[in-house]
Write a protein that binds this ligand. Structure first.
Ligand SMILES: [Zn+2]
Length: 259
């Protein structure tokens, strides 16, 4: 952990100084704690968000707030380790965190979403409210949207769960936590409509969480994975990480330059 970019590692005097030096900009990583198949840790979504935030914060010289480890994950409650909070609680927590940070001068916030499509709606509501009520500038950075051209060119399939994209990223950032020998493939069944992946033209952007029975079926097939983690590679994870960090730095600068 790079102590210089994490808010929680600094004294209040250091925070005050960094607030000024960062042009009042801070990243808030928002993830989840939920099952990620038999080969990835339950903290995967938060871990990938913190890894991206840390790398980009170092380059852009901004701070990172302590990550939110909980998201909306009712669809993964069939397996141990999953913790879910209600969406309205998530919206309220994000609002209160932003209000606190804003009270001490931060007025440019990047919500870094590690929990894919499932957290986006709530972050949009929280972002709109904080912008309207507190007058802060907010951007939501979502790795799936920000990497759609990249992952396609890399030969990875569509966004799933504990899939080749997440597995590659985790394998690169946290090799000691990944058990690739335990990974089980569960290839996507191609549907003409109702595909939920921003890189496809047929993406319908409609998300309905699975029922416990559907999730139990998934567990029997693959231990909770959708996608093909056997296509994962550390090298791919490195390129994916670097691609996203570059994009995140651009987003940070854009927010800082907004009038
Ligand atoms: Zn995930």
């Amino acid at each position: 952990m790079d102590d210089q970019v994490w808010l929680q590692s600094l004294t209040w005097e250091e925070v005050a100084q960094k607030t000024r030096e960062s042009k009042n900009t801070i990243i808030l990583p928002v993830g989840s704690t939920e099952q990620h198949g038999t080969h990835l840790p339950v903290g995967t979504d938060t871990m990938v968000a913190t890894a991206l935030a840390e790398s980009a914060a170092r380059k852009a010289e901004v701070l990172v707030a302590p990550p939110l480890w909980f998201g909306w994950s009712p669809h993964h409650m069939v397996l141990p380790g999953t913790i879910t909070i209600r969406p309205e609680i998530l919206i309220e927590v994000v609002y209160d965190v932003v209000k606190s940070l804003n009270g001490h001068g931060f007025d440019k916030l990047i919500f870094l979403n590690g929990h894919r499509l499932v957290n986006i709606s709530w972050l949009q509501i929280a972002g709109e409210r904080t912008k309207r009520e507190l007058g802060v500038k907010v951007a939501i950075f979502d790795p799936a949207f920000m990497s759609k051209e990249f992952t396609q060119s890399f030969g990875w399939g569509e966004v799933g769960h504990a899939d080749e994209i997440e597995s590659s990223h985790m394998w690169y950032c946290y090799p000691e936590l990944v058990k690739m020998d335990r990974a089980k493939d569960n290839p996507h069944k191609h549907r003409k409509l109702y595909r939920v992946d921003p890189k496809y033209r047929g993406d319908t952007l409609c998300y309905v969480p699975s029922s416990p029975a559907e999730q139990e079926a998934l567990v029997r097939i693959s231990g909770g994975t959708s996608g093909e983690p056997s296509k994962a590679s550390q090298e791919g994870g490195k390129k994916y990480h670097e691609h996203l960090v570059e994009a995140l730095v651009v987003v940070i600068k854009t927010v800082q330059e907004q009038k």
